[in-house]
Design a protein around this ligand. Structure first.
Ligand SMILES: Cc1cc2nc3c(=O)[nH]c(=O)nc-3n(C[C@H](O)[C@H](O)[C@H](O)COP(=O)(O)OP(=O)(O)OC[C@H]3O[C@@H](n4cnc5c(N)ncnc54)[C@H](O)[C@@H]3O)c2cc1C
Length: 447
């Protein structure tokens, strides 16, 4: 990779001064997405020869790259990600409960890469924001003028003693989180459990996780499957949250806190983070306020603790202290790094009060793109994320609640005809049949 740029500060100043701003602020509000949907190509907003590096070509990386390509004339955009298969992760819950096939969630990143972008098929191993450089596993040092970090998060199976991904699918161990193969193997273990019934444990780790609704959806779908199979009476189900909360939105917490025990006969064992698992003996040990507690199970859904990737968690780009320590330090509204103004972040990696859903990515991507374009043009950043996140909370096969809220934890329903507090068929249909297409449109920067 070339390394002949002027000093980083002077180069950025040069890029800013030479940028031809044709109304970056206007672009933010003018609905590039809507224009894209009509299939026309809007005029590029800003001319620049800046080099923008995007690390991670998942939901956020691709959605931002396609928007930047449309808005910038002359920019060099580089995406770095070794993964060629694109995973539609919101579908993993449906694979793990036997409703979708693993192939339904697999796609190819190449289909969404912006035509003019360079794709380095490698992994970043270090960020050096003081030198405006990232280092890859293959030994490349890639310089940038602007950096967008969209690496997603890391699953820390090692934090649970005795737990390793190879266990998934055997001895009653399930975990929906990592990939379609794990989801398929989870269904293998779950379907054996559904045939006979028994003790089912559904865990949830401390700290932020992606799609906090997924452990709840798995619990309710398996409970429903036991009823359909006629083995529910022979089953004893437990949901084990790490503390006193079931969901960050308080109305939904209240709903679940009564729905689980009263309507579904699911015991809630509060303050039970999973500490260890003995898969051979089918025993799980939890750290409780009264000391360690060991429970035997026939099926367990393990959700590993999650963090930002280590290079962020222990590097310069992470929050150095406070409640988001280790997650990427961005301003929760502008998504700009709080100490490195030429760095932006989006998706699961960022340390913000809520988020970690594809729905949040959809709301963040235009904010990052518009604010980055404005920054390049030397203008005020025009856009702010309001914390929008959403979860089609599946109550049983064929019924879901569309839960949408923002930083204030206020419900923000998109459809007046859908009651967010009521299980209905329409949100299920949305989840089962429509959201994948909306997600793909997001990758193309069209919604
Ligand atoms: C089981 C499950 C159910 C879910 N259900 C829903 C749902 O119903 N609704 C919803 O809105 N969201 C849901 N989500 C969450 C949603 O999928 C994520 O929030 C979203 O994918 C986050 O996008 P991202 O771009 O931050 O990360 P990802 O989409 O995970 O992409 C990260 C990318 O970064 C790459 N990468 C990682 N490390 C490096 C590195 N060192 N160098 C280069 N590249 C790197 C990876 O290869 C990957 O391509 C669910 C997730 C799961 C797992």
């Amino acid at each position: 990779m070339k390394n002949n740029a002027p000093t980083n500060t002077s180069r950025r100043r040069f890029l800013t001064n030479s940028a031809v701003a044709a109304g970056a602020a206007g672009v933010a509000a003018s609905g590039i997405g809507a224009t894209g949907l009509l299939g026309s190509t809007p005029a590029k907003a800003v001319s620049t020869n800046a080099h923008i590096v995007i690390v991670g070509a998942g939901a956020a990386g691709l959605a931002i790259a396609t928007r930047l390509e449309r808005s910038l004339d002359g920019a060099r955009i580089t995406l770095i990600d070794s993964r060629e298969v694109h995973l539609y992760q919101p579908g993993l819950t449906l694979v793990a409960t036997g409703i979708w096939d693993p192939s339904d969630v697999e796609d190819r990143n190449a289909r969404y890469m912006p035509g003019s972008a360079e794709w380095i098929k490698d992994d970043v191993v270090a960020f050096n924001p003081d030198n405006n450089q990232v280092e890859t596993a293959g030994g490349q040092n890639v310089d940038y003028d602007y950096l967008v970090v969209t690496t997603g998060l890391q699953l820390n199976f090692d934090d649970i003693e005795g737990m390793e991904p190879d266990l998934i699918g055997n001895n009653g161990v399930g975990c929906v989180y990592a990939n379609p193969d794990h989801a398929r193997r989870t269904w293998q273990a779950a379907s054996q459990f559904i045939e006979t019934g028994g003790v089912g444990l559904f865990t949830r780790p401390p700290g932020p996780i992606k799609c906090a609704g997924a452990p709840l959806k798995v619990t309710m779908l398996i409970e429903h499957a036991l009823r359909e199979q006629g083995t529910r009476e022979a089953s004893d189900l437990h949901y084990l949250p790490p503390g006193e909360g079931l969901f960050s939105q308080p109305d939904i917490h209240d709903f679940l806190a009564s729905h689980f025990p009263e309507d579904r006969n699911i015991t809630i064992d509060w303050s039970h983070p999973l500490a260890a698992i003995d898969a051979e003996r089918r025993e799980a040990t939890f750290t409780t306020p009264d000391g360690p507690s060991t429970m035997a199970y026939d099926f367990i859904h393990v959700v590993p603790p999650m963090s930002a990737p280590d290079m962020i968690r222990y590097g310069d780009l992470g929050w150095q202290e406070g409640k988001f320590q280790g997650w990427m330090e961005v301003d929760q509204y502008s998504m700009q790094h709080r100490r490195y103004p030429n760095v932006f972040g989006a998706g699961d990696v960022v340390g913000t009060p809520i988020g970690k859903t594809a729905a949040s990515v959809k709301a963040q991507a235009p904010v990052v793109a518009d604010n980055l374009v404005a920054t390049i043009a030397g203008q005020e950043m025009p856009a702010a994320w309001n914390g929008y996140t959403s979860c089609p909370l599946i109550i049983e096969k064929g019924q879901a609640m569309l839960v949408e809220f923002d930083f204030d934890l206020k419900m923000t329903p998109s459809f007046s005809f859908l009651d967010p507090y009521k299980a209905q068929w329409a949100p299920w249909f949305l989840k089962d049949r429509m959201l994948h297409a909306a997600y793909n449109a997001m990758l193309r920067g069209r919604v």
